[in-house]
Write a protein that binds this ligand. Structure first.
Ligand code: ADP
Ligand code: MG
Ligand code: ZN
Length: 483
């Protein structure tokens, strides 16, 4: 990157809220279901219908505003943003312009060990639009209105970012805050967060901002980072060759890794915003805000600190466990069930996380019982169930097809390691008889062959005994043969 130029970025981030029903009607938000199955006269904008604000959207928005350190507006209002597009049957979007629910916040980010605050200009509630489905098979396009009225928060930052790394850290931070608040679906991890990237460059040290472009609707952090890198160098090249940057909206094509101009930038006037006449102003009381503040969860950094102190975990392990609230909560539930903190951390980090990765899922999507897992861990760590069998059960549990009652299952399947060593002694004798040469080798000092003999015993007992016990009993027997 050319040292002479500084990149300036401001973001408008759209986040889908995980409410069951839409923002102004009772339709389900499950918009990926069959097209046009979650629509009603309200979300299709029929004349004479009245929108009614979903209380949960308001509640989620207040929490989000507090988490972004914003001031919460005491009387918030909706406005109509008018534009025509086939995925918007009302020909206007209900959004907020004049009195957004929250404003003047800050988000702390950290890049390469350096902390920085990004200012939030405002955050508002709005409804999503539908989408157009382009059917190649039938050579036609049709609208799917399921997504009309799905609740969104839009978070507008000041132009405070100076690199794509800062942008990525900010988006990760918002994702963490909102998933800790439980206001977004775990699917947000894979896409329901979209951002409009406003970017300009200026001479390093300059006070004034350069002319910016806006790349709309980019829907993954990786793609946003690529778009920023590409657009910054496009603008720098233009300026270096004496040309000007044109203020315009550009489309980022992530597959081709390039952007192209779509239209000259529109502004608020183009949308003919006016107050939404069908929804009265919403009064948010002091008490409501206080209640929401009290309900704030312990967020990631605080949790990592506490885990290292309370459970004496190394920081990297604490950080892995606290990467999602569901995982952290599950960890603590496991400890509450009596699993030693260090053991619980090992099982979650080593085994559960691995299985989740293999299954391409995450804690938020599975329903694990801490009580049953604690029992399983106790069986395995106590040497009463083989680790291999234990991990097999764990895998089933994570996949959601595990036993309801781990203890009963272990009994029924006869998975407990036997402590009846009289039977073991017989088997060992048999194995030694079958391998006289190996035994002879061992007796003249080739101790390496012990592993082979242990393996043979384990095989004949089908893992019924714990390897430690087999080892011990076998050694004792061989020792007695030396004399
Ligand atoms: P508009 O009203 O056209 O949407 P705003 O001034 O509200 O424009 O800004 C929209 C977004 O663009 C904000 O996130 C803001 O931080 C960002 N932005 C504004 N000016 C610049 C600039 N010169 N360079 C980069 N980003 C900018
Ligand atoms: Mg804008
Ligand atoms: Zn509806």
């Amino acid at each position: 990157m050319n040292k002479k130029w500084e990149t300036v970025i401001g973001l408008e981030v759209h986040v889908e809220l995980a409410t069951k029903s839409k923002i102004f009607c009772g339709c389900s938000t499950a918009y990926t279901d069959a097209p046009n199955t979650h629509c009603c006269p309200v979300c299709m904008g029929m004349p004479g219908t009245l929108p009614v604000l979903n209380g949960q959207v308001l509640d989620f928005a207040i929490k989000a505003g507090i988490a972004l350190n914003c001031e919460i507006e005491r009387e918030t209002k909706f406005d109509r943003k008018n534009y025509f597009y086939p995925d918007l049957p009302k020909a206007y979007q209900i959004s907020q312009l004049y009195r957004p629910i929250a404003h003047d916040g800050t988000v702390e980010i950290e890049v390469d060990g350096v902390k920085k605050y990004i200012r939030i200009r405002e955050m508002h509630m709005e409804e999503d639009a539908g989408k157009l489905v382009h059917s190649a098979a039938h050579e036609e396009t049709y609208p799917d209105y399921n997504r009309c009225g799905v609740p969104l928060l839009e978070i507008v930052s000041e132009p405070d970012f100076r690199s794509s790394k800062e942008v990525a850290a900010y988006l990760e931070k918002i994702r963490m805050l909102f998933s800790y608040l439980g206001i977004v679906d775990h699917r947000m991890l894979s896409g329901s967060m979209r951002a409009d990237v406003n970017l300009s460059v200026r001479k390093a040290g300059s006070e004034e901002y350069g002319t910016r472009t806006e790349m709309k609707n980019i829907n993954s952090i990786a793609a946003i980072v690529r778009a920023i890198e590409s657009e910054a160098s496009r603008q720098i090249d233009l300026l270096n060759s004496g040309k000007r940057v044109v203020q315009e909206t550009r489309h980022w094509n992530d597959d081709k890794r390039t952007s192209y101009a779509m239209r000259s930038k529109e502004n608020a006037q183009d949308y003919r915003y006016f107050p939404e006449p069908d929804i009265p102003p919403i009064v948010i009381t002091e008490e409501t805000v206080e209640q929401a503040m009290l309900s704030m969860p312990e967020f990631m950094n605080a949790k990592i600190r506490r885990f290292t102190e309370q459970y004496e975990l190394p920081e990297d392990e604490a950080a892995m466990l606290a990467s999602s609230k569901k995982e952290a909560d599950f960890y603590e539930a496991l400890v509450a069930e009596g699993t030693a903190p260090k053991t619980a951390a090992n099982w979650l980090i080593e085994h559960v996380s691995r299985i989740l990765r293999e299954e391409e899922t995450e804690y938020e999507a599975v329903d694990l019982s801490a009580e049953e897992l604690a029992k399983l861990i106790a069986f395995v760590e106590g040497g009463n169930v083989n680790r291999k069998d234990g991990l097999k059960i764990l895998e089933q549990m994570v996949k959601g097809c595990g036993p309801e009652d781990v203890e009963r299952y272990i009994q029924e399947q006869q998975l407990t390691v036997s402590t009846d060593t009289s039977e073991l002694a017989g088997i060992i004798e048999q194995v030694l008889k079958e391998h006289p040469d190996t035994v002879a080798e061992y007796l003249v000092g080739k101790e390496k062959v012990l592993g082979f003999l242990v393996g043979q015993v384990m095989r004949s007992t089908r893992g019924k005994y714990n390897p430690g016990v087999v080892n011990e009993t076998l050694l004792a027997k061989l020792k007695s043969m030396k004399h």
